[in-house]
Design a protein around this ligand. Structure first.
Ligand code: C5P
Length: 247
């Protein structure tokens, strides 16, 4: 695989994906990782089992939360969901760029309004471009996308920027091209990070160092930490690799 290398502007942050079917195990893992990582991600699995209260529980541990709700619906419904997401205290919330310009604008406007009404900081509003679990073949044959993955990611990143969003979720393979297209201030969040060769459902994967070198601002890592024998040690090893690559 070939990555474009960029000089990192800041040390990227690690976000640990708490993909658990209950709040107890998620909070137990978060507590173990508090000394190392300030950011946790609450995705659909945990949200559906534990409810939005889990975001407040993580905030009570002093953690920042990325609420990975991946909203994708009509603009009015997404705006309502975004309003609720802001009131949980999440500092980053995402929507699917595939919902289009009007939907993303509605998400951003709802985040502004909800933050102001509730005297909360506005969370970063992020767009998901192309899921890192999709291969080029699946994207073409199943999703029916005429563009190659990278071209589709760049087109959706530009659309998200036009809608006033703060950044995108994308694979490491596209991170440098997104920065070139949208500028250094446009946040890039990269999941699909694997410290070594791993065989699971992620397809377009890269190491933490490659993600940093490609210009990622936040690296999302789940199972390589949460399913490790020693999660805190695994987390610290990844952080060391991030810091090493960021110089
Ligand atoms: O366990 P793993 O490191 O594969 O976890 C990756 C996390 O990033 C999961 O919570 C997944 O939902 C999320 N994610 C992803 N690809 C995207 C967006 C989010 O894998 N494009």
């Amino acid at each position: 695989m070939c990555y474009t290398v960029r000089m990192p502007t800041n040390t990227p942050q690690l976000i640990v994906a708490l993909d658990y079917p209950d709040a107890f195990h998620a909070l137990e893992m978060a507590q173990q990782l508090v000394p190392a990582s300030p950011w946790m991600k609450v995705g659909l699995e945990l949200l559906m089992h534990a409810g939005p209260q889990v975001v407040a529980d993580l905030r009570d541990l002093g953690l920042e939360v990325f609420l990975d709700g991946k909203f994708h619906d009509i603009p009015n419904t997404v705006a309502g969901a975004m309003h609720g997401a802001v009131t949980t205290g999440a500092r980053m919330v995402n929507v699917h760029a595939g919902g289009g310009l009007r939907m993303m604008r509605a998400a951003r406007e709802a985040a502004d309004t909800a933050a102001m009404t509730n005297a909360l900081p506005r969370p970063l509003v992020i767009a998901v471009t192309v899921l890192t679990s999709l291969s080029e073949k699946e994207l073409a044959e199943e999703v029916g996308c005429a563009r190659k993955a990278e071209a589709q990611v760049i087109a959706l990143a530009r659309l998200a920027q036009e809608a006033g969003l703060d950044g995108v979720v994308a694979s490491v393979l596209e991170a440098a091209a997104i920065k070139d297209a949208c500028g250094d201030d446009f946040t890039v969040i990269t999941p699909g990070i694997r410290p070594a060769q791993a065989d699971d459902d992620q397809r377009r994967v890269a190491t933490p160092a490659a993600a940093v070198e490609a210009g990622a601002d936040y690296l999302v890592v789940g199972r390589p930490i949460t399913q490790a024998e020693h999660p805190l040690a695994a987390c610290e090893a990844i952080l060391a690799e991030i810091r090493g690559a960021a110089g």
